[in-house]
Write a protein that binds this ligand. Structure first.
Ligand code: ZN
Length: 414
């Protein structure tokens, strides 16, 4: 493995992770938080400095740019994407990234969380990285390699291509999106504004991982209208919406169909929040499955349980509305595996073994693929996302950057 990109990737990752760009699901604005502009504006400046063309920041908070083709014949337009936001799941303010140079293979400790340990026994992937330069946070925050690593990899590859016009490649479009962590990264205008025939997100984990299968996802909202009355005179009159809500939750298959009881290819129903009073209760659920009929069956099950609880109390009113969120990108990719095959070939050429596991979640690529831009997900090296044990190897990022450069050349040949 050539070390040529190590220093640049490390410098970029340290610069990007120190910027707080956490998204916020409760915010109605786009982007959801103003602080994401600190990353977006920096990328606009950096893209101009390295000589990218058409550098723009859209009104929906996505940075777009072009690396012009170096070949004259017609080639497909390839898109490269990463997200600038970090997860709302853990503190992301005041990230102090730390470099563990030439990692010695012993447990890593954290200055801001004395009890916390990142040990190779608990995380076998870390055990394989002795000698690498490992980056962690300080214990008080997540690191935000998800997805600042993807940003650093794409920016480093872009800088390298712009400085070396002798490398043959077609037109490449770059997009840095906000709000991926809250499922709002792909604006309706993005496919047209990106203008790519196919694209790749750099938002995956262990080296070699090429993901072209995600969950299919629906959200469900259950509303319960009870009958509210003063508890002192409530005999035979009060219909408590909260009791009906708990009946619905208790009737769902909790031992076989929740996130905590499933893995692999099994889907689930999860209650994400429940609020209300005796008069009215609202329950939100997420439904996940890899297959269309499995997802539909979960929606039907929830609706049948709501109807059964409704039948026990005709004075209440229970409604269950199901809305589509995103779909498994495999449904579209299996019709045209070109970008997936390309990613596998580039990974092999980089000296790595491609691994394809279904993602128990979604990516910006799920939505993009559904909207007509086939978009598998490629590894960055990031591990233990969304918490204080998040870490990444600089040398893994170099492997991802090399794969990205091979993709650029090979895409010209498709
Ligand atoms: Zn991510």
């Amino acid at each position: 493995m050539k070390p040529e990109f190590d220093a640049e990737l490390e410098t970029r990752l340290l610069r990007y992770t120190a910027i707080d760009s956490q998204s916020d699901a409760a915010s109605p604005t786009s982007p959801s938080t103003k602080i994401q502009f600190d990353m977006l504006n920096l990328l606009v400046e950096e893209l101009k400095e390295i000589g990218a063309s058409d550098v723009t920041l859209t009104d929906y908070g996505t940075v777009l740019a072009t690396i012009p083709a170096t070949v004259t014949h017609d080639t497909p337009v390839m898109g490269l994407l990463a997200h600038v936001d970090t997860a709302p799941a853990f503190n992301a303010t005041g990230v102090k990234p730390r470099v563990h140079r030439a990692y010695d293979g012993t447990p890593i400790t954290f200055p801001d969380a004395p009890g916390l340990r990142l040990s190779p026994e608990d995380y076998p992937y870390l055990a394989t990285k002795a000698g690498h330069d490992i980056i962690t946070a300080s214990g008080a925050t997540l690191l935000g390699a998800d997805d600042k690593a993807g940003v650093a990899i794409i920016m480093t590859a872009a800088r390298h291509l712009l400085e070396n016009p002798d490398i043959p490649h077609g037109p490449i479009r770059l997009a840095f999106t906000p709000d991926e962590e809250i499922g709002r990264g792909v604006h309706a205008d993005l496919p047209a504004d990106l203008g790519a025939d196919f694209a790749f997100t750099f938002d995956g984990g262990a080296i070699g991982e090429i993901e072209h299968e995600t969950f299919s996802a629906d959200g469900a909202t259950v509303q319960i209208e009870g009958v509210s009355i003063h508890p002192g005179t409530a005999k035979d009159k009060l219909v408590n919406a909260l009791h009906l809500a708990s009946k619905i939750v208790q009737t769902l298959p909790q031992a076989t169909m929740t996130p905590e009881t499933t893995d692999g290819r099994d889907g689930f129903i999860m209650i994400t929040d429940m609020t209300g009073t005796a008069a009215h209760a609202t329950l939100h659920f997420i439904l996940r499955d890899f297959e269309r009929d499995g997802l539909a069956a979960k929606g039907t099950l929830l609706q049948e349980i709501c109807a059964a609880v409704q039948a026990t109390e005709p004075r209440a009113r229970i409604t269950c509305e199901i809305a589509a969120q995103y779909r498994n990108m495999r449904y579209w990719l299996e019709d045209d595996m070109t970008p997936v095959d390309l990613a596998h070939a580039a990974t092999r050429e980089a000296g790595l073994t491609p691994i394809s596991n279904p993602i128990r979640g979604g990516t910006d690529g799920s939505r993009l693929t559904e909207m007509g831009v086939p978009c598998p997900n490629i590894f960055t090296g990031m591990q233990n996302l969304h918490g204080p044990l998040e870490w990444i190897s600089v040398q893994d990022m170099t492997a991802a950057t090399r794969t990205c450069l091979i993709l650029a050349r090979r895409a010209t040949e498709t």
